[in-house]
Ligand binder design. Structure first.
Ligand code: COA
Length: 372
């Protein structure tokens, strides 16, 4: 068994942002348009009128203040409410590969490694822009990496599950170096016309370089332990898949985008995650008081506050459990890696921390690290 280390991370952040004010103004204009177009049916009681969204609700229920997106124009157009991301020709890089390569190159450069050192690329994300060839193989080719690549999807837990998958291969000795890439184009699977969730997601890509921990002289984080768990639930679901064309309803089916029963998710996922972390720490012999920082999944501030308090047994100081969701919103699997990437430079040799993601499945993945 070999030891494993994280030697570099990279984040691709889109250049375009949407503030809550801009988002709410466009949603409300869309709702007004829809209500006017459907006035007779609303009057007859066939449809309910669409209510306005509010910035105050978004901030108080989620902690989100802004989000990055690949195309703000399409999202903010009240007569469209969907990003304009036309399918790329087959001989051009896809969107996920393009932003994934950017993040991967940043991770390689942080680790002072080249693509030729990489034996495995995993593209781990909550939605893939096509069925095959695997996005991971496209990223491998664009980077100029050797070895092999594949895609995997465990929704919001894709990054930590990808890290465990890569770490296990490094531990076993079948590979030495792996890139886990998380291109999350959440704007394309969010229903921007649904007031209950239109504020939730943003776009980003992250990458994590893992290597055999042997003679590493550069700054790195030892992977002390990884753990994954799943428990089936329909409370976060997206039915988009290959059965779409055989369905006799219109193409505009609501269940072909992100759907959630937010309240149930809240109630059911919190105990699952808190227990998972407690068990993982206990079984690894790491006390919660040994952890300098928690880099949690970035979906909801109240959720993170609850988990931080449960794990540490007290209210965490801001830098013990840093959030990035106020600027990025929920970026699915990438969220905890953005937090880790942005808030780990101050770690000193021996400092320990925990990366944890959770979401649809349900799924929860945790990685205990120590600065080497
Ligand atoms: N603007 C204003 N009011 C809104 C609104 C909006 N955009 N969206 C919903 N509301 C209203 C609802 O109509 C409801 O009003 P009512 O009480 O008069 O019926 C009220 O706010 C509460 O709605 P609810 O959906 O129950 O809100 P909530 O407090 O549960 O917060 C979430 C919603 C989604 C932020 C929250 O449930 C959540 O974060 N859950 C977990 C999400 C998560 O982690 N998902 C994982 C995704 S990977």
């Amino acid at each position: 068994m070999h030891n494993v280390a994280i030697t570099g991370t990279g984040v691709f952040t889109p250049s375009q942002t949407i503030s809550n004010d801009e988002l709410v103004a466009s949603f409300n204009a869309y709702a007004d348009l829809w209500n006017a177009e459907n006035a007779a049916s609303i009057e007859a009681g066939v449809y309910a009128a669409k209510d306005h969204s509010s910035r105050e609700f978004i901030v108080s229920s989620s902690g989100i203040e802004s989000r990055y997106v690949l195309d703000r124009k399409g999202v903010l157009d009240p007569s469209r409410m969907f990003p304009s991301l036309p399918a790329r020709p087959d001989d051009e890089p896809g969107y996920m590969a393009e932003i994934g390569v950017d993040a991967a190159q940043k991770a390689l450069s942080a680790a002072r490694r080249s693509a030729a050192d990489v034996d495995l690329v995993i593209c781990a994300a909550s939605n893939m822009e096509r069925a095959y060839p695997a996005i991971g193989v496209e990223i491998q080719q664009l980077l100029g990496a050797g070895g092999f690549a594949f895609d995997m999807n465990v929704a919001c837990s894709s990054a930590t599950f990808g890290i465990q998958t890569a770490a296990d291969m490094i531990r076993a000795g079948s590979i030495r170096t792996a890139l886990v890439v998380n291109p999350e184009i959440c704007s394309a699977h969010l229903e921007w016309r649904d007031r209950d969730c239109h504020f939730i997601f943003g776009d980003v890509a992250t990458a994590t370089l893992l290597e055999r921990d042997e003679g590493l002289e550069r700054r790195h984080f030892k992977v002390l332990s990884t753990r994954c768990a799943t428990q089936f639930s329909n409370n976060i679901r997206n039915n988009n898949g290959y059965l779409r064309r055989t369905h006799d309803q219109t193409e505009d089916r609501r269940d072909m985008q992100f759907m959630q029963n937010g309240r149930k998710v809240f109630k059911e996922v919190l105990p699952l995650v808190s227990q998972h972390i407690a068990d993982h720490l206990n079984d690894t012999g790491v006390a919660a008081s040994d952890l300098r920082r928690l880099w949690l999944h970035q979906a909801n501030k109240t959720m993170n506050d609850y988990i931080g308090k449960k794990v540490l047994g007290r209210t965490p100081e801001p830098m013990e459990q840093p959030n990035i969701l106020q600027d990025y919103a929920n970026t699915s699997s990438a969220g905890s890696i953005i937090a880790f990437s942005k808030y780990s430079n101050d770690f000193l040799k021996g400092d320990r921390g925990l990366i944890c993601s959770f979401g649809a499945g349900y799924s929860v993945g945790s990685v205990i690290v120590e600065r080497g």
